[in-house]
Design a protein around this ligand. Sequence first.
Ligand code: NDP
Length: 446
Amino acid sequence: MKNAYLISVLDNVKKRNAGEPEFIQAVTEVLETLEPVIEKRPDLVEAGVVDRLVEPERQIIFRVPWVDDNGKVQVNRGFRIQYNSAIGPYKGGIRLHPSVYLGIIKFLGFEQIFKNSLTTLPMGGAKGGSDFDPKGKSDGEVMRFCQSFMTELYRHIGPDLDVPAGDIGTGAREIGFMFGQYKRLKNEFTGVLTGKGLTYGGSLARTQATGYGLCYFTNEMLKANGKSFEGQRVIVSGSGNVAIYANEKATEYGAKVIAMSDSNGYIYDENGIDLAAIKQIKEVERKRIKEYLNYHPEATYTEGCKGIWTIPCDIALPCATQNEIDGESAEALAKNGCYAVAEGANMPSTPEAIEVYFKNKMLYGPAKAANAGGVATSGLEMSQNSQRLSWTFEEVDEKLHGIMINIFKACESAAKEYGMEGNYMAGANIAGFLKVAESMKAQGCV
Ligand code: NDP
């Protein structure tokens, strides 16, 4: 990066947010790709758009006390980062995972600004979460945690203010408990959360949306480069919400998914992963992926996550967590003939991995574009709630598909316009940024 203004903004970010490497990583990637825009648009510099964009509008940190099944008081830390409201009410998921701290929520909130902008729907960027680990907890413990979390959060959110959703560790069960508590505290039934159950305002196809959307995006990227999913060997990391439905759609497109993982290890099934078994283990029984061997003893299970990227494949869809592909794993993918990586997880590739993708001319679909289908469908859930009606699965899926095609086109054309043809990462950052930047400028220094 050579632009003096951007260098000074980044220096400030590093000083002000020391100890938050994920946040600094996310900001660095975006600022680096914005260089050509900033050079062309001194008006945005004058309006202080980037200086303002890197600082969240509001950061809420709170205590979440709850009582476990043994009657003992437990205390977690809750977060909600309301990052940017230039183009709509705050919108972003809630992550429940022991690794959660301020830097993770800030990086996710920052990414969310551009992702939401790319969907073309009116949603600002936000993220929330807690270091609570739902794994191994009883339903009662999860409920008491969620109720306590919402007992503080409810005063900061609302259907026209901030609409949280799911993320790692927050699925339909957790959203249900949080929604129930919000309703009770506010004494009103509104679409304050998305990812709700179908019987109380949820949208059909929301569960599938991020994984399906990832494959719709990837399919466009492949098509634009003379390729397709048909007959390709695909690795999908993770085995949660995003991974399961990415597997489902990739398989529908004719690909063979040969490996999946959880945070303990990965399974490799040369015959193609039996998704019904995965759904039973993960969605119904909430067990470890190792159990897959009980269904398919001919498959293999390996402890540890990193080795999954050493399995030869054509297309990699990382759908677990941040920084799961480092430079070494990316080298292994390239060496084994992988030619496309599209991100279901948020920031799953380290900067070194991204360098490897570009060096090897691999197709690279960045998270904020490729996984935007989840929040896009959350936006559609908000529309249905406001209209007090619900669309069919097909209607929602068709809208989602259209949105993902348009996101790909927006990334493709922004990259081309700024002289970086084929660099969809730069395209996503630039296209997402411009809409937010114009809105911030128009609204004055707020
Ligand atoms: P889930 O909690 O449903 O699943 C997460 C999966 O990733 C699980 O298989 C989990 O394994 C694995 N995982 C989590 N943390 C780690 C880790 N530190 N190391 C290795 N594996 C890990 O979450 P989602 O599927 O909803 O989210 C996955 C990714 O997609 C996240 O990056 C999320 O931010 C992103 N995303 C999600 C959206 C959504 O709509 N849900 C929308 C856009 C992005 P285990 O079960 O062992 O913990």
